[in-house]
Write a protein that binds this ligand. Structure first.
Ligand code: NAD
Length: 541
């Protein structure tokens, strides 16, 4: 163990590169894209020091060109999951006992590898495998992931620094132990940064991990594992298994050493996992930590005093960037009658100006949705809206899956504030708008608060400070991330800690010390310098 209280580099947010025509970053990412597009990757399971190829494989394809195969990945069987657990546990003691600054160095190095030599590759993988345009790939796979790693190292040191009082007779210490067992990270398709952060944040605090990425994010998950390896994450600390989510989860949750789940994904899956943990509670050696960030039905409400252009831009960017597949994406909006004609005009003209196609063409704002299941679900709701008397599609409404899973950005206007698409998370480029009478501001806030089971993000647009105050108070529990005069997406690590409540998750705020605290089990150490040698207190005379 080295001697010294070490300071870590001050965390700074990674600047977002512009990818303007002829810029070096544009050339680099397009060259990486073309290389990856024209070769085939073979992604194994990563268990301990082994790369396991089970031979039972599935293709990796691009959502915007679903017949184009860019590789394949190997699916785990139950024995592989058990092996991942035993490798994690075998690596635990050494990793948990490693000095914190060594762990910090590994993850700081990972951040710099992504900022430099891996940037083009991780962005290109995200563009191909998850169909993000270059800006969306850059802010996620590069910048947000770099920020998670840098800030979490700083938060880790803040946590370790948080120590109880002592006096001259006793010295009190808090030791931030990792959990006793292993952590299970289950990650979604929609953010490369989240996929990396869920296993990395637990590992950074000294835990060993079994990580199950989404089937729709394997391409960039492979780059993440390459980065972690090069940065020096030891074998067995983060074990990666792909395949049948139910089987993998059931196998993991059956282990007595299961110590916590770090989940991001849909609400029903998280509730199912929670119920299984409850049913298995007598098996476990310790009460598992249950951390989950889940769905949203994120809102925009405009007050009659709002600026029309700002509202329309908030709707268009908030609802349609990355095809609406952000948990924070605006998917219901409440606009006063007095502003509606102007807002409507701008929203329609903005949407009509958006180009849709492959992310390789940087002129495309919109690309494909993630997979056929998502496409079919969106098509179903759009078709229903075309039939329903209380709904009208004012722009978009077309879809085509012949080449890629393309769904036009679609705006539904409803006269029914409880219309199905005002309440249900669709997770695609569809927003539903309810136009309210200007005088019904208070009632409309009530509607916003009570219309969906979720409480992830929401935004109010207003130039009237009283209205902002009323909305901020009334909607206190309607969103874990609340925006004033801004779209409800685009949280930045270190600036807007992210997470929601109600059915949207446990609100453990990714990108903050609050999240890292879930991955430690503090031990209090009291040391007495002059220890009593007689049981009698003075009052006994
Ligand atoms: P998903 O729930 O389909 O999948 C998430 C993960 O869970 C994947 O790894 C998947 O394989 C696994 N999974 C699926 N079924 C499972 C089961 N029965 N048991 C165990 N694991 C299972 O979600 P997705 O489509 O990848 O991501 C979209 C969802 O994630 C949306 O609901 C979105 O709102 C949510 N999300 C939330 C946040 C947040 O911070 N709140 C962030 C990103 C995404």
């Amino acid at each position: 163990m080295l001697k010294g209280f070490f300071n870590v580099p001050k965390a700074v947010n990674e600047p977002v590169k512009g990818y303007a025509p002829n810029s070096p970053e544009k050339d680099a990412v397009l060259s990486a894209y073309q290389n990856m597009w024209n070769s085939k990757v073979d992604v194994p399971l990563y268990i301990g020091s082994e790369e396991i190829r089970t031979g039972n494989t599935r293709n990796i394809t691009a959502p915007h060109d679903h017949k184009h195969v860019v590789g394949s990945y190997h699916l785990a069987e139950k024995t592989h999951v058990e092996k991942a657990i035993s490798n994690a546990l075998a690596s635990r003691e050494k990793w948990a006992n490693m000095a914190w600054e060594q762990r910090a160095a590994i993850f700081l190095k990972a951040a710099e590898l992504i900022a430099g030599p891996y940037r083009a590759r991780i962005n290109a993988a995200t563009m191909i495998g998850q169909s993000k345009n270059i800006h969306q790939a850059e802010i996620d796979a590069s910048c947000e992931l770099i920020d998670f790693l840098r800030y979490n190292v700083e938060f880790m040191t803040q946590i370790y620094n948080d120590q109880p009082k002592s006096d001259s007779t006793t010295w009190n210490r808090l030791e931030y132990r990792p959990l006793e067992g292993f952590v299970y990270a289950i990650t979604p398709f929609n953010f490369t940064a989240i996929a990396a952060n869920l296993p990395a944040s637990a590992a950074m605090m000294g835990n060993v991990v079994v990580w199950k990425p989404s089937d729709s994010q394997v391409f960039s998950a492979k780059v993440i594992t390459d980065v972690f390896k090069e940065a020096g994450v030891p074998d067995g600390v983060i074990n990666v298994v792909f395949g049948d989510a139910l089987m993998i989860t059931d196998t993991v949750l059956a282990s007595p050493d299961f110590a916590g789940v770090h989940f991001t994904g849909s609400t029903h899956v998280f509730k199912e996992i929670w119920a299984k943990i409850g049913a298995n509670i007598n098996r476990y050696k310790t009460y598992p930590r249950i951390v989950g960030e889940t769905g949203g039905k994120d809102f925009i409400i405009a007050h009659p005093s709002a600026n029309v252009k700002q509202v329309a831009t908030g709707i268009v960017r908030g609802a349609f960037e990355f095809q609406g597949q952000k948990c924070s994406a605006a998917s219901r909006a409440y606009i006063p009658q007095s502003l509606w004609p102007a807002v409507k005009e701008q929203v329609i003209s903005d949407v009509k100006s958006m180009k849709m196609g492959s992310p390789e063409d940087f002129g495309n704002f919109i690309t494909a949705v993630i997979h056929e299941g998502s496409f079919d679900k969106l098509a179903k709701y759009i078709d229903q809206a075309k039939k329903d008397a209380d709904a009208e599609i004012i722009v978009g409404g077309n879809y085509d899956k012949s080449v890629g899973y393309f769904v036009e950005p679609t705006v539904i206007v409803t006269t029914n504030p409880k219309y199905t698409t005002m309440e249900t998370e669709l997770f695609g480029p569809v927003i539903t708008i309810y136009v309210y009478e200007d005088a019904k501001w208070g009632e409309t806030l009530e509607l916003v608060d009570t219309t969906s089971e979720y409480a992830l993000t929401g935004a109010v647009f207003s130039q009237d400070r009283y209205a902002i105050e009323v909305a901020t108070t009334k909607l206190q529990n309607a969103a874990g991330n609340f925006y004033i005069n801004d779209k409800p997406t685009g949280a930045v690590v270190g600036m807007q800690p992210f997470g929601g409540a109600r059915a949207s998750g446990t609100n453990d705020k990714a990108g903050s010390a609050l999240n890292l605290l879930r991955w430690v089990s503090p031990r209090t150490i009291k040391e007495t310098f002059v220890t009593p040698e007689d049981y009698r207190y003075p009052f006994l005379g």
